[in-house]
Write a protein that binds this ligand. Sequence first.
Ligand SMILES: [Zn+2]
Length: 258
Amino acid sequence: MNCHETQRWLPGYLDGALDLVNAVAIEEHLKTCARCAQAYANQQALQAAIRGNRLYAPAPVGLQKRIETSLRQADPSARAPWTVGWRWYSVALALACVAVLAWGLGRALVVPTADDRLAMAVLNSHVRALLTDHLIDVVSSDRHTVKPWFAGKLDFSPTVEDLASQGHPLTGGRLDYLDGRPVAALVYQRQRHSINLFSWPVPQARDTAAVIEEHQGYNQIHWTQAGMTYWAISDLNVDELHAFVQLVQHQSGPTLAP
Ligand SMILES: [Zn+2]
């Protein structure tokens, strides 16, 4: 991807609206092009500034009085301000209710839930790691190597178990970014298939049973257990992935039955 194309697609990339192939192509270009990387940083800052500020300004003091006064002047037959106000407020309130209902309905119909967005982010992380050959930062089957590697890189210590004796050898780990925070990604192998196991703390969250989903040919299973949330994803068939998840759940303490 060249500079022209990169800058043209940057807004879509920032919104997470690009397909994976183009998103990866942009990422590769940004790594090597200072000019586009600067444009990306600028747009990112602008987006953050817009999100951070409420696009709302309180009406100046006295505006309501001035409007009421000018309305009365325009229509001398108007009665006491409070009767006029009452009718207008009723109509305005009814309109506002309709607007809120329509907005809520629209959102319910078209806006994906937080879990949907997370499922897509997990899928993208998994596929991107496979495509860019960046599955592992620390290559090791030894949990005593992998677990300390995360120390200082994360504000929590992930549970790391080698499940080799149960047919799922640990091959390593890497840092990833999901749900607006750095997370641990552990990589396990099942025959020729890679399994990514993402985990991060969710303090005070209740335990949840495993939820199984399939997106674009990849199976995903997520659950919350002992204050941690877990997402496992692989192109393994769902039964084998579920067997892997049960092993992880068993190692991570008491859990809800699915
Ligand atoms: Zn460029």
